[in-house]
Each structure stands twice: as C-alpha cells, then as structure tokens.
Design a protein around this ligand. Structure first.
Ligand SMILES: NC(=O)C1=CN([C@@H]2O[C@H](COP(=O)(O)OP(=O)(O)OC[C@H]3O[C@@H](n4cnc5c(N)ncnc54)[C@H](O)[C@@H]3O)[C@@H](O)[C@H]2O)C=CC1
Ligand SMILES: O=C(O)[C@@H]1CCC=N1
Length: 271
C-alpha cells in the first residue's frame, strides 16, 4: 500500500480508517486530508502526525484512492471543490444515504465504491457493507478491501439499496447497543450498584454475549433460551419486554433509520 490516499473530511470515520491504515504500516506522509475545521486538523496532527489541508488543492492529484468521509449535507460542495484534482483516482464514499449516481455525476467518475462502516472501526472491530459501481474493476475492489479490512470485517452487496439496510442495521447499530447499555446501567444503579460496577457489568455482558453468538453454532434465539430458565428471572424480564413490544419497537427503529437514509439521499443527492 505505497500509493497516496486522500481523505475528504477528517472527522470520526476518516480517523477510524486512518488509524487502521497507520497500524498496518501506511506512512502518515502518504495520507492527504482535506478538513476545513482547524480543531479537527489539530486533532489529526496530534493523533497521527498528519498535516491536513483546509481546502482541496492540486496536492490531491497524487492520490490513487480518495475516501469521502464528509456528512451527506456537505458532500456535494466538497465533491465539486475536489473533483478537478481527483480525475484519475478510485473513489470510496462512506456517507450515509448519498447514492453513487449522485457521486458519480459530481465527480465525473464511475470508479466508485460506496461503503457503510460503523464506529467499532475505531478499535479494528467494525463491519462494513460495500457496493461497487460497474466501472470498478476487480483490482479496484481488492484495493478497497485492503483499506477497509484495516477497520474490521466487510461484505459486498449486489444492489445499492441494500446499503440503506446496512446503514440501519450495523451503521447505526452501535448506537442501539449503547442505548441498551445506558438503560441497563441506569437500572443497575437505581437498584443499588455503584455506577461504575453497573457500567462494567453491562459492557462485559454485551462483549461476552457477542463473542458467544459469534463462536456458537446455535442461533441467538437458542442462546437466549439457554439463559431463560422456566419460571426464572430472565423469563420475567423477557415477558416484560414482550408485553411492552420492545421487539416491534426495535424493528420500527430500524425502518426509521432506513427511511432517513433514503431521505438524505433524496435531499442532498444530485437533482
Ligand atoms: N459516525 C458514524 O457512526 C458513521 C458515519 N458514517 C458516515 O461518515 C460520514 C462522516 O461522518 P463522521 O466522520 O461521523 O462525521 P464528522 O462530523 O466527524 O466528520 C466529517 C468532517 O467533514 C468535515 N467537512 C465539512 N465540510 C467539508 C468539506 N467541504 N470538505 C472536506 N471536509 C469537510 C467536517 O469539518 C468534519 O470534520 C458521514 O457521511 C456519515 O454518514 C458512516 C458510517 C458510520
Ligand atoms: O447517523 C448517521 O447518519 C451515521 C450513519 C450511520 C451512523 N451514523
């Protein structure tokens, strides 16, 4: 991985990917970042030794791969500013909602992969959905895999609309898990544990249950049944959740996230 990589936007997601690349031996001097916020530029310098540029310039022309990590709302403006310098690059967008028809039109390029990663990428435990436009070669796909695998796992999707589902599931999903952790920590604290103890128990429970689900041959439903003794405590908790329609509410939440992804695409994509 000796070619230059450019990032347009140097916030959370860019930092997660840059961190993974540097851990894999990519040199900071081979990474260009365009980042208008001075605070974010300072952060990139102190975390990775990268001197980011405030705006797109001819310096981007040396990049073989350009990673688009701006908010959907800022994508068009960022794309139009950088496109004159990135004509020969392969492009990788991580923006939610913005479809590749829009991005290809703004960039004037068909060499474009759209990805939906998630924040566990920060610790190398992310998972990304990937979709390649027809103009992307097998070699280009391999190049994207080399970069994305520094942040965790990935899977390719055969149609672009599935990326909005991935967004609702694993893209936004870490927030659902943290939401449950918050609630479990609050309840544990209310019932008399120290907050730190409740937090530790909640985090370890998610980590352990996830490991178990990943390594076991049994389905989550079977694993749940193993915890749930007849007439026991878990049965009482699950019955309370079922009475309160927690499952249906979670499913509704994912539909809301997917709908928002579609709306972002319609609102901030190409006209
Ligand atoms: N945070 C998350 O969990 C995930 C985010 N995403 C996507 O990643 C993208 C970036 O999200 P985050 O990193 O969380 O946001 P962020 O706000 O941390 O980073 C975006 C950065 O872009 C910069 N920026 C704004 N206008 C710009 C321009 N014209 N040119 C270059 N940079 C510009 C901002 O100053 C900011 O630092 C979004 O499109 C989001 O949908 C995807 C998966 C997960
Ligand atoms: O909330 C968002 O819009 C982004 C996309 C997935 C996670 N964060």
């Amino acid at each position: 991985m000796s070619e230059r990589i450019a990032f347009i936007g140097g916030g959370n997601m860019a930092s997660a990917i840059i961190g993974g690349l540097i851990k894999q031996g990519v040199l900071p001097q081979n990474i260009d970042v365009v980042e208008p916020s001075e605070e974010a530029r300072n952060q990139l310098h102190s975390s990775f030794g990268i001197t980011a540029q405030a705006q797109a310039s001819a310096a981007l022309a040396g990049a073989g791969l350009v990673v688009w990590a701006v908010k959907p709302q800022a994508f068009k403006e960022a794309a139009l500013a950088a496109a004159p310098f990135t004509a020969n690059a392969l492009h990788l967008s991580v923006a939610a909602g913005i479809n590749t028809d829009s991005i290809a039109a703004w960039l004037g390029s068909e060499r474009l992969v759209r990805a939906m990663p998630n924040t566990p990428a920060l610790v190398g435990k992310g998972i990304s959905g990937l979709f390649a436009r027809a103009g992307v070669s097998a070699e280009d796909q391999k190049r994207v895999e080399q970069v994305i695998c520094t942040t965790g796992e990935f899977l390719w999707l055969d149609t672009e609309d599935k990326l909005d589902v991935v967004t609702a599931l694993s893209g936004s999903g870490p927030a659902y898990v943290f939401y449950f952790m918050e609630a479990m920590t609050t309840a544990g604290t209310e019932m008399g544990l120290e907050r730190e103890q409740a937090h530790k128990l909640a985090v370890a429970t998610f980590a352990g249950a996830s490991d178990l689900a990943q390594t076991s041959a049994e389905s989550p439903q079977q694993l749940r049944q193993r915890v749930t003794s007849k007439g026991g405590t878990t049965a009482a908790a699950i019955a309370s959740m079922e009475d309160n329609d927690v499952r249906a509410l979670l499913i509704d939440a994912m539909y809301a996230a997917r709908e928002r992804a579609k709306k972002l695409g319609a609102e901030f994509g190409a006209a």
